[in-house]
Design a protein around this ligand. Sequence first.
Ligand code: ZN
Length: 200
Amino acid sequence: MKENEKDECKESEIIDILKETGAFLQGHFLLSSGLHSDTYIQCAKVLQFPKYGELFGKLIAQQISSKVDLVVSPALGGILIGYEVARALNIPFLFTERSESGEMVLRRGQRIEKGSRVVIVEDVITTGKSSLEVAKVVDESQGIISAFACIVNRSEKTSLLDCKIISLVNIKTNVYTPEACPLCKKGHELVKPGSRKSSN
Ligand code: ZN
């Protein structure tokens, strides 16, 4: 009971930090997919501040209950937070990146030892696609996936490949086609995230 209260409190504090730093915007946004949304999450905005990266890394690390040997994250979005989780756990950190053919791979001499227990860390899990691509790399190296973790879980899923998704906050996002967008119907101005208007 007490622990739940503590967690809820933390979740609202994290949302406040995301809002303060401009990482979590509410309004009417044009996504790169062409769809419209009422929220926009850009973790790069909060991870500009090492103190928040460090804090989030610690909070994620505290939720990892099993023993893990390695953090693996997809470039670029997962690198900062993955590194901070690895720092908090005092274990190594690796990252996957896209090869020229577009496949997620380990490069730069990085490798996962057979039997390593791995936590896969991303900034935001939306569909889980990047995390699953990393999972494939871990599988191919005969590593063992212990958990998935992220700052923001937007997926409404609680697990991937039967492994728990650890997250600091769960944020539900509404996404609309332009034709069906209720925000357009209300006449709200459409903002493209990352443009001067939204980043100021
Ligand atoms: Zn719209």
